[in-house]
Design a binder for this molecule. Structure first.
Ligand code: HDE
Length: 713
């Protein structure tokens, strides 16, 4: 912080910094890159009106040259992403654990930029792929930038960075035909997974609803690795970082995900953008699981193993602050595409551990920016620029945008007065945590990492019935897409070691039997030199019966804020009924959208015109959370005249959504595939909106699911 500044002014410093780089072309003449005004940007310079284009045409060359180079390589993983600006605010100081300014100073609002992403798909792939979601946050703190580069699942597929290229090569489209895009359901992925049982924990999370979120605003985030917090006395505690969404953790069903991919493949990106534009700022609370250094070995798993989580029932999450995202980027490329996250970006008060996955990431992210952004000066790109002052002797290279003054670019120096000078720890200089190490240099995996079945089994045991059914269907779908029998067999063998009832159900769907043994050692992937025997997976342990916090059945169900409610109407719909429901829904923050047989406007029975949000031919039920149909004879007749309205209702029912109807709309329901309109807890007929609102907040009426499965939509 500069001496004349307060924390309040610092909180806007990132925005002020970005403002210096923003350009506004309104009311300005068009120029070349050299500032030359131009009078024609539609025609090239030719030898006569029908003649050849001349090489001399510097205007054409400059324009096409720029165009030729507009794209940069997409991220090798996490290519598809959406970002937003916001701030982080601390509730109470945790100086007992960390000396970081962001964790001790409650008067600060630290600017942040967050980017959410899928992992496997390309930049233009669907948002609704079954996949892990990236959850990366850049904190522009006063002591330097801290990046918390996490995912929406608390564990990872592999234990050592060395295996990352193998994992990613196996999940990406197959190299011979570049198929399938943004999908793990293919042979190479399951070949790798079935030979690498450490993947099974993250794998079962990907089979769960966590892999198909309803919204980026409705998913948790996790730092995954165990990190360290360091206090002012230099004492360390282990820590795991958690982001808890204020709106709870909610997902769509696989059937919806497949259909959303066709109806609006930007569904998550649009949802985030529109929520922020509408002033419904997404919020997450930051929580910490803190473990004393002396308790490092008291768990049944290794804290350094990134395929393990610490159940919240064993170490509760301490909520310490919140992140609010309140501003969309001005320009997708300049901000969301060029943002460069580095797990190695830490500040005094936070430090790494020896987690071998984290250790490898410390190299990878800096390195990858070179091929993506083309220069080691990527920290000078506005979105990446720290708000803390940057002064050092690192010089030159591609796209150096600063002009360092003076004769010296080395340390120590006397000509430059010894500047820039070093800071002591007391002055805020960074000092790595002094960890005692007494070991052999060795290329191996710790035996304490060998338990691959206990936690996937704990996860599965902790799920509700409907979540378990979704996991079963997901495995059946994914393995059903594999063509090679022995790969499916190996997977069934491994799933059986997680949970036999799950394996039996999946095997039945595949038309196979669960094998009692497999031919090759499970860990053949370890390699010739490794001690294969010592690294075989151990038997499943049960150290906790269930961890309710792992199930989405125990998330927050108290709000319908930002939920999208479709209202099906034709001309002549009954205004008095509609108004009561609309007002009640909007009071609770829901977004009410009119869907009509045509675009433009619809006229209600009171003669007023209402703007249509979407004509039925341009939209689908899967883009909404709930459905309301007001009465009015002509309106209902208009809905019946287009079969897609019936499909809309059938699908809303199939996906277990809350449905409310009034007046003649009750009759309309009788022409759909719904049978028991009077018995369903989330179908409301001529009732006041309170029950409907509660049902929307419940997200889905899973009790309906068996009947819903029979709907042929
Ligand atoms: Fe990444 N990862 N990763 N990763 N990762 C990248 O960095 C890598 C891992 C994560 O929105 C890349 O700048 C290795 C775990 C997110 O820009 C690359 C290993 C976790 C993002 C890379 C991992 C993540 C990335 C590609 C194993 C959760 C997107 C572009 C050692 C804790 C950040 C880039 C954004 C991106 C490497 C494992 C999360 C290639 C080598 C574990 C959220 O550097």
């Amino acid at each position: 912080m500069k001496s004349e500044e307060t924390h309040e002014t610092v909180s806007t410093r990132k925005d002020e910094q970005l403002e210096k780089h923003r350009v506004d072309y309104s009311n300005q003449p068009l120029t070349t890159k050299q500032g030359l005004k131009i009078n024609d940007t539609n025609n090239s310079l030719k030898s006569g009106p029908r003649g050849a284009t001349l090489l001399e045409d510097f205007l054409l060359r400059e324009k096409i040259h720029n165009f030729d180079h507009e794209r940069i390589p997409e991220r090798i993983v996490h290519a598809r992403g959406s970002g937003a600006h916001g701030y982080f605010e601390l509730y109470d100081s945790i100086e007992e654990y960390s000396k970081a300014g962001i964790f001790t100073d409650t008067s600060r609002k630290t600017p942040v930029f967050a980017r959410f992403s899928t992992v496997a798909g390309s930049k233009g792939s669907t948002d609704l792929a079954r996949d892990v979601r990236g959850f990366a946050v850049k904190f522009y703190t006063e002591e330097g930038t801290w990046d918390l580069v996490g995912n929406n699942m608390p564990i990872f597929f592999i234990q050592d960075a060395m295996k990352f290229p193998d994992l990613i090569h196996s999940v990406k489209p197959e190299p011979n035909n570049e198929i399938p895009q943004a999908a793990s359901a293919h042979d190479t992925f399951y070949d790798f997974v079935s030979l690498t049982p450490e993947t099974l924990h993250n794998q079962i999370w990907v089979m769960s609803d966590r892999a198909i979120p309803r919204s980026l605003r409705m998913m948790e985030g996790f730092g995954i690795h165990t990190f360290r917090l360091i206090n002012a006395e230099g004492r360390a505690h282990f820590v795991k970082f958690h982001w808890k969404p204020k709106l709870g953790v909610h997902s769509v069903t696989w059937d919806e995900a497949v259909k959303i991919s066709g109806a609006d493949s930007d569904f998550h990106r649009r949802d985030l953008w529109e929520a922020i534009e509408a002033g419904h700022y997404p919020e997450w609370e930051l929580g910490l699981q803190i473990v004393a250094e002396e308790d490092e070995h008291k768990f049944d798993f290794d804290l350094l193993d990134p395929t393990k989580l610490i159940p919240e029932e064993m170490v509760p999450v301490k909520i310490i602050g919140k992140m609010v995202l309140n501003r969309n980027p001005e320009n997708f490329f300049a901000e969301t595409e060029q943002v460069a996250f580095l797990p190695g970006n830490i500040v005094p008060g936070i430090d790494f551990t020896n987690d071998p996955l984290l250790q490898g990431r410390l190299f990878s992210y800096r390195d990858t920016q070179l091929s993506r952004l083309g220069t080691h000066n990527f920290h000078q790109i506005p979105i990446n620029k720290p708000i803390a002052e940057v002064r050092n002797n690192q010089r030159d290279g591609h796209m150096q945008t600063e002009i360092p003054k003076g004769r010296t670019a080395y340390f120590p120096n006397s000509i430059g007065g010894g500047c820039p000078y070093l800071s002591t720890v007391a002055e805020g200089g960074f000092e790595s945590y002094q960890e005692r190490i007494d070991a052999k240099k060795i290329r191996t995996r710790s035996e304490s990492f060998n338990d691959h079945f206990s936690q996937p089994a704990l996860f599965y045991r902790s799920l509700s019935d409907w979540e378990k059914e979704h996991v079963t269907s997901a495995y059946s779908f994914e393995l059903g897409k594999c063509e090679i029998e022995h790969i499916k067999g190996r997977m069934l063998y491994l799933i059986d070691r997680i949970d036999s009832s799950l394996a039996e159900k999946v095997a039945k769907n595949l038309g196979m039997k669960v094998p009692s043994s497999i031919e090759k050692p499970i860990n053949q992937a370890i390699g010739a030199d490794a001690d294969v025997e010592s690294q075989q997976p151990t038997e499943k342990k049960i150290y906790l019966d269930e961890s309710p916090k792992l199930s989405q059945a125990h998330t927050t169900f108290d709000s319908i804020a930002t939920r999208q409610v479709a209202v099906l109407v034709g001309d002549g719909f009954r205004m008095s009924e509609f108004k009561i429901v609309k007002d009640a829904l909007e009071k609770e923050g829901a977004m009410v959208k009119l869907i009509a047989p045509h675009g433009g406007t619809v006229t209600c029975d009171e003669g007023m015109e209402h703007q249509v949000d979407a004509a039925i031919m341009t939209t689908e039920s899967v883009l909404f959370d709930a459905l309301y149909i007001p009465g009015g004879e002509p309106s209902i007749a208009a809905l019946r005249a287009q079969a897609k309205f019936t499909k809309f209702v059938n699908e809303s029912y199939k996906h277990c959504k809350a449905i409310s109807v009034s007046g003649e709309a009750e009759d309309f329901l009788k022409h759909t595939a719904i049978i028991d309109i009077h018995e369903d807890e989330a179908i409301f007929i001529n009732e006041n909106p309170e029950g409907f609102i509660k049902a929307i907040a419940q997200h889905r009426n899973w009790k309906r699911r068996k009947k819903a499965e029979n709907i042929p939509a």
